[in-house]
Every structure is written in C-alpha cells, then in structure tokens.
Ligand binder design. Structure first.
Ligand SMILES: NC(=O)c1ccc[n+]([C@@H]2O[C@H](COP(=O)([O-])OP(=O)(O)OC[C@H]3O[C@@H](n4cnc5c(N)ncnc54)[C@H](OP(=O)(O)O)[C@@H]3O)[C@@H](O)[C@H]2O)c1
Length: 313
C-alpha cells in the first residue's frame, strides 16, 4: 500500500516540487496529499489533475485543520511562510501547530524546511539587530522553530535549504540596467560565493529523503545546487541571456538603505553569507543533495530552462 505524504505549501515552490516529484514516480510507493487553504484555486486544481495527488484543505494557523489533513499520513513536509508578514513568531506558531498535529496524527516522518540561526556566527556589532533580537529573522527564526518539532517528539529531518535562483525572476533581485545601459546584479557579497538552488530541487530532495525511509530522522541535511560568487553568477547569466551582465558589489550598509520592503533583512542576509562563507557554504559542500536528488540542477542547467523568464530591468 502506498504511503501518503501531506505536503504543506503544495501550491508554492518547495511543496510544489515535492508534490510533482511524487506524481512523477507513480511506482515510487508514495501518494501526495497537497495541502492548500483553497482547493478551488487554479494552482490547487492543477495539482489535483496530477496522478497520485489528492488536494486537502487546511491552514497552518488552525491546528485542528492540520490534524484532520495529516490523519493517516506516513509523512509530512512542513514549511512556513516568512515573507507573508516578516514574522519569525508567526513561523514558530505555525511550526508548533504542524508539529502538534503531526504528533496527534501519529505521523512517522516529518521533513521540516529550515535554515540555520545566523546568530551562532555573526559578530554582534557587525550588522544591525532586527525585530529586537534577530540578525537575519527569516534564518534565525527557522532554527528556533526546529525546537517545535523536537519538543513535540515527532521524528523529523531538518532540511536546510538556501537561496532560490528563482529570486532573479520573482523577488526583484534580477539584473537592472544602469545609466550606462549595461545590466547589473547588485549584492553586498564581495567575492564570496553563496549557495543557491533551483526551488524545484528542494522538493525533489525532500522526496529523496522520504524514499530513504528512516535514515535521516533526527538529522540535519544541508543542501545547495551550487555555490557561486556574484562575478560567476553575472558571467553565467550574461552568457545565457546573450547580453553582458555585470556584478555590482556594494557595501552592506548601502544595500540595507535601498528602501524596498525587507532591504535591511536581505542586506543582513547577504552580509551573513559574505562574512560567514566558510560555515554557510561549508555545511552544504557535500554530495548529499545530488545523491538524494540525481536531477539536481547547476546554475547553467537552471539558466538553460529559465533565462528567458528573468526580467531585464
Ligand atoms: N526565496 C528563497 O530564496 C528562499 C530560500 C530558502 C527558504 N525560503 C523560505 O521558503 C518559505 C516559503 O516557501 P515557498 O517559497 O515554497 O513558498 P511560496 O512559493 O510562497 O508558497 C507558499 C504556499 O503556502 C501556502 N500558504 C501560505 N500561508 C499558508 C497558511 N497559513 N496555511 C497553509 N498554507 C499556506 C500558499 O498556498 P495556498 O494559497 O494554496 O494555501 C502558498 O502557495 C519561506 O519561509 C522562506 O523564508 C525562501
């Protein structure tokens, strides 16, 4: 009998990758229960049309709805939604709801999408403290929320993700044309490399973790597609779009002052990746992501399929 995996965030990037991975392996022994707040939405209906997929309504703010949705499931893929309201406390509350519901439903394996707490490495006075106690709230709050799963006593794999290359398409981080007419990507990263991934590969890796059974329960699995510097990203992007793209390295304080919503958060994030490159990249320099997901994309592979979708500002 196939094992059901409840997938939170199924209509989004990470969860969607897992639902599509399960659908792509009809003999893999799993079915997906795609969780959405609105089963009638176009995105939910597209998932419902896939083989081995059922769509079920639940809301991470409503523990009882999660408990109903997780009933009878072997596994749960859990993710939170920082950018909705920039609140690590909300992420913690939703993690507690998912952990409690998984415990009550007797789920055998949770794969929790998380990130490291940058405060282990960032020097206190090197960047502004945000929201009273965080350096990079969407990182720090996720490792804090790891405790929700540990304390609930649910068997959990802690899947540490990284920057999606799709941020060049959807997150306003794509190349912008300067006054000289030349496209440039701008990060406060110096020459440091930072890990990134095709967002679809996060779900595919989670699939690989479920396929391996209990092997990674209690463990942290840190993944990336590839770690590249700003210069390398710009060069590869330029080749793929057929036009020069420059890398514009800026001071982190200047980046934080750019004024877009979350500029301080994103500025701190890049500065963490620059200042703590050895720890952050080092944790992901392993073959595990490719072992778990043989289709893992490099930036060049991702560009071959997606370069035409990058807006050229
Ligand atoms: N962007 C990056 O580079 C990056 C890198 C690493 C980690 N992350 C983290 O990834 C997380 C977001 O994951 P994602 O990018 O896969 O999300 P996403 O693509 O924005 O989609 C999230 C989906 O979750 C659902 N959702 C939102 N609120 C919900 C709620 N209260 N209850 C149940 N479902 C809810 C929505 O589906 P419905 O509307 O269908 O309910 C939505 O389609 C964030 O916490 C972020 O920090 C992002």
């Amino acid at each position: 009998m196939s094992k059901t995996i409840a997938v939170v965030g199924a209509t989004g990037a990470q969860g969607g990758g897992l639902v599509r991975a399960i659908a792509a392996h009809p003999d893999g022994g799993f079915t997906a229960r795609a969780i959405t707040r609105d089963p009638s939405s176009e995105a939910a209906q597209a998932l419902a049309a896939l083989p081995n997929v059922e769509v079920v309504q639940a809301d991470c703010d409503d523990e009882a709805s999660l408990e109903r949705a997780f009933a009878g499931c072997h596994g749960v893929f859990a993710v939170t939604f920082f950018w909705v309201d920039f609140s690590p406390e909300h992420e913690m509350a939703q993690a507690r709801n998912m952990a409690a519901a998984a415990k009550a439903a007797g789920v055998h394996h949770v794969v929790w999408s998380t990130l490291e707490d940058t405060r282990h490495w960032v020097a206190e006075d090197s960047m502004p403290t945000l929201q009273g106690k965080y350096k990079v709230p969407h990182f720090d709050g996720k490792e804090e929320a790891d405790a929700a799963f540990r304390e609930a006593g649910v068997p959990t794999t802690f899947l540490r993700t990284c920057f999606y290359w799709e941020n060049f398409i959807y997150f306003g981080l794509g190349p912008v044309r300067g006054e000289d007419g030349v496209l440039a990507i701008t990060f406060p990263m110096g020459d440091a490399r930072f890990p990134a991934i095709a967002s679809e590969d996060i779900g595919k890796t989670a699939y690989g973790i479920f396929v391996r059974g209990d092997e990674f329960i209690g463990q942290t699995v840190s993944i990336m597609g590839e770690a590249l510097s700003g210069h390398q990203l710009a060069e590869k992007m330029g080749k793929a779009i057929g036009e020069e793209v420059r890398y514009n390295d800026v001071d982190a304080d200047l980046y934080r002052s750019f004024g877009f919503p979350g500029a301080d958060e994103v500025g701190n994030m890049f500065q963490f990746k620059r200042d703590c490159e050895a720890q952050y990249v080092g944790a992901r320099e392993n073959d595990l992501a490719r072992t778990l997901n043989p289709e893992l994309q490099s930036f060049d592979t991702w560009l071959a399929a997606n370069a035409s979708r990058i807006p050229l500002g």
